[in-house]
Design a protein around this ligand. Structure first.
Ligand code: RIB
Length: 319
């Protein structure tokens, strides 16, 4: 049987430098270096698998050391792999700077990811899934193809429009069931002169909901970092706060933890969007307490424990 969660997307080898503060243009500073598996697609697949969802990953790698390590790592996570090898291209990679506040700056080179093609995506795998997840680190036309295939079979399509790109075609929203942008991506999607992240944060829930409804996507989930997330559907909206008291070490990949956790939650809670969003929110909260991206994705038992703790905290004191 094919897995219920299919992630089509990127793998990047993450090359990460930690520093006290980001260097200014023209400045050289001394930092510390680590490398590990990443890429939004692979991170989301790992997040979904660790969160308890049987997951397949469709991606492209180069014929190089990073590509071989990637395959070994993803296999060790128990993910069903459909990897295309692109002989003439390097495996994707990312230069990541993380400062002492856990904030990041990232430059990616797509490499093999950009060459992931329709023929590399098994149609039966997509059609037999319950949830299909795409992001923006492959060819964007491929996402439309994958979503068309999924929609034809009644499979839920989840788009994480990260990173937002100049060649984004809003027509994909017609094929999207759940849109999961972060604040930067949301501002870009709204695409209104003068609309900034600051203005977004100042919106009342009702107005934010109205704005989400303007995309005409059944469910929009805006991830808000330390503020949690906001879920908007035609029947109403819901603000889910972040879990308090978690020590932030590295926020890189938190969005991916949310998306992967959400996908696993959708399957586990039988399509219940609010329960899945809470699950993704808890996964994201835990991921920032660990360094790295794919390796920082939390396990199902830790997500369950955090949610249980949250419920105990919000329960009214007994009389
Ligand atoms: O979302 C985090 C990811 O963005 C990193 O793993 C990096 O590879 C970039 O794709």
């Amino acid at each position: 049987m094919n897995p219920p969660i299919v992630v089509v997307g990127s793998f990047n080898q993450d090359l990460t430098w930690t520093c006290a503060e980001f260097p200014a243009p023209g400045e050289t500073i001394v930092g510390r270096f680590q490398t590990g598996p990443g890429g939004k697609g692979a991170n989301q697949a790992v997040a979904a698998a660790r969160a308890g969802g049987a997951t397949a990953f469709v991606g492209a790698l180069g014929h190089d050391g990073f590509g071989h390590e990637a395959e070994t790592f993803l296999r060790s996570e128990g993910i069903a792999l459909h990897l295309a090898r692109k002989k003439k291209l390097p495996t994707g990679n990312a230069a990541i700077f993380v400062n002492r506040h856990g904030e990041n700056q990232i430059i990616i080179a797509l490499g093999a990811n950009a060459a992931l093609a329709r023929r590399d995506v098994p149609a039966a795998l997509v059609r037999q899934a319950r949830v299909v997840v795409c992001q923006h680190e492959t060819h964007l036309a491929l996402n439309a193809h994958v979503f068309r295939t999924a929609r034809g079979a009644g499979v839920t399509t989840v788009l994480n429009p990260a990173p937002m790109r100049a060649d984004f075609d809003a027509q994909i929203l017609d094929l999207t069931d759940v849109l999961v942008p972060n604040e930067t991506e949301f501002v870009a999607l709204v695409n209104r002169r003068g609309f900034t992240e600051k203005k977004l944060h100042a919106l009342a829930d009702h107005d934010l909901h109205e704005l989400c409804r303007s995309f005409d996507v059944p469910t929009v989930i805006l991830t808000l970092g330390a503020r949690g997330c906001f879920v908007s559907q035609s029947r109403g909206h819901l603000a889910i706060p972040a879990h308090p008291g978690l020590k932030v070490v590295d926020t890189t990949g938190a969005g991916d933890a949310f998306v992967g956790g959400f996908a696993a939650g959708l399957v586990r809670f039988d399509g219940n969007i609010a329960a899945a969003a809470r699950y993704g929110n808890a996964a994201a909260g835990l991921s920032v307490t660990q360094f790295g991206t794919a390796p920082s994705m939390p396990a199902r038992r830790d997500i369950d424990q955090l949610l249980k703790l949250g419920r105990a905290r919000t329960r009214p004191p007994s009389a």
